[in-house]
Design a protein around this ligand. Structure first.
Ligand code: 4AD
Ligand code: MG
Length: 460
């Protein structure tokens, strides 16, 4: 008999049918009436299915009444309308086959609420809990929506390299890739014959493809050796990076807004059960916020205006806002949570605090040069997207590189894009995990990626 997913069994119109399901036991309740109730979960949805096992089953005494949470079983039987409360259908078992026993004494996942801190120490088993199953399913739907969004708009999916010799953000937060013995720094002898690192962003290579195919996106893991132990930083995270030729900052911001709304609507439409779970157990505002954001116009303002607003705010800052300084998370959250109460796109940051590739704005007062940069800020998270129009003028770009201490010769191929048929182009990067956090209400970024990588933590 073909195995069905529990998700499909539960939504079956309860015409009696023979089914087989397979999964992990959540609970077993032995009834005095001579049968047992097993709740079985297979991860296809949040809900478990109830299995009714009669004592007439041949392995009833030997196996079924001894089943512990965590055991794996295959159940064959009839899908019938449930007589109990809480579920529409249940399975009247004709066979309960135990596949893998589970030692109830030692199994770390007990049928109770565990703290997220504890579950981080059980990252291999936590997907069997309601919360982490729901996070995995929502993350999956978001990835599907991301591809749908770009594919339906003519973007070409490009795979940019993981190992690279460039440092896109110029921040030096690189994980070195080497086959040399520790202590030997003669990169001429190294595998690639030069220093290489894990990529911090696929942008530079995406630009090459955008300047040939028009609209592209890359979506992959990126790596940053920044020693930030915060609820919003990972050393390995996933980034979605669209890049568009013949596009300016306004077009970039329009795409970012449309893109986020598309993802949020998709999750609301397709992950109802999981989202209701997050609403009930994790954050009571999460569904309303998503629905409101999916319908609202994002606020757009310049960095200069943002700093003025922050300067007038009557509150204590850890970092007092000042023109020329980075916007800190406290500033970002103030703008999006207090001032505007919706997503905010801040544009035109001081050029001095932004990477070399961002386009210098035209005609600016000396000492107040800005770049055509944008950050999208959302409540609870702060920056979720960073992007810009790219510097398409060869001389300006080469100067910016030199000023940033980068040798333009190392980026000869990137400069070629400006030598041969240069075009205005723009793009952005969306941090997938921060977006999953925003959507689910999960407070810590370590709980929205299966196996988090953070400073001094790379178990599994
Ligand atoms: O603002 P960032 O550094 O921008 C870039 O890397 C550009 N090259 C993107 C582009 O224009 N193609 O990073 C983009 C986003 C941030 O807004 C944030 O959501 C996420 O990536 N991000 C991180 N997420 C988790 N952990 C970290 N350490 C992150 N650093 C950035
Ligand atoms: Mg940024």
């Amino acid at each position: 008999m073909n195995r069905v997913l529990i998700k499909d069994a539960l939504t079956n119109t309860p015409a009696p049918a023979q089914v087989a399901v397979a999964g992990w036991v959540r609970t077993v309740r032995i009834s005095k009436g001579g049968f047992s109730f097993i709740t079985l979960n297979d991860g296809s949805c949040l809900a478990s299915i109830q299995v009714v096992a009669d004592k007439k089953l041949p392995n009833y005494e030997a196996e079924i009444v001894r089943l512990a949470a965590g055991s794996s079983v295959v159940v064959r039987g009839e899908l019938v309308q449930s007589r109990g409360k809480g579920q529409a259908v249940e399975i009247q078992a004709a066979e309960v086959r135990v596949i893998g026993a589970c030692d109830a004494e030692r199994y770390p996942i007990q049928p109770k609420r565990h703290s997220f801190e504890f579950l981080r120490t059980q990252a291999h088993l936590r997907p069997r809990t309601n919360t982490f199953g729901a996070v995995a399913r929502v993350r999956n739907e978001m990835c599907r929506a991301i591809h749908e969004f770009f594919q339906s708009r003519g973007f070409v999916y490009v795979h940019t390299p993981i190992i690279t010799a460039s440092d896109c953000e110029g921040a030096g937060q690189l994980f070195r890739v080497t086959t040399l013995e520790p202590g030997k720094a003669d990169f001429a002898q190294d595998f690639f014959g030069r220093p290489t690192n894990l990529t911090v962003s696929g942008q530079l290579e995406a630009e090459a493809y955008a300047c040939a195919l028009g609209k592209v996106y890359t979506f992959g893991p990126t790596f940053r050796a920044e020693d930030s132990n915060t609820p919003r930083h990972l050393a390995e995270f996933w980034m979605v990076e669209p890049e568009m030729a013949f596009c300016d900052l306004k077009g970039d911001a329009d795409l970012a807004e449309e893109f986020l709304k598309f993802i949020f609507k998709a999750v609301l439409d397709r992950c109802r059960e999981d989202m209701e779970f997050f609403h009930k157990w994790v954050d009571k505002t999460v569904i309303d916020t998503l629905a409101a954001v999916a319908e609202s116009d994002f606020v757009r303002l310049s960095y200069t205006e943002a700093v003025e607003i922050l300067g007038k705010a009557e509150r204590q800052w850890e970092f007092p806002p000042a023109w020329g300084s980075e916007l800190q998370t406290e500033h970002e959250r103030f703008l999006t949570e207090q001032t505007f109460r919706k997503p905010v796109i801040v544009t035109d940051f001081p050029a001095a605090i932004k990477p070399f590739y961002m386009r210098l704005n035209d005609e600016q007062p000396a000492g107040r040069e800005t770049a055509a940069a944008m950050d999208v800020l959302v409540p609870r998270i702060g920056e979720i997207i960073g992007g810009s129009q790219r510097e398409e003028r060869l001389e300006v770009l080469a100067e910016r590189m030199t000023a940033a201490g980068i040798n333009p010769d190392d980026y000869w191929w990137y400069l070629d894009l400006r030598r041969y048929g240069s075009v205005p182009h723009a793009g952005f990067g969306l941090g997938l995990e921060r977006t999953v956090q925003f959507v689910t209400g999960m407070a810590n970024i370590r709980d929205v990626i299966p196996f988090p990588r953070t400073p001094r933590s790379a178990e599994y």
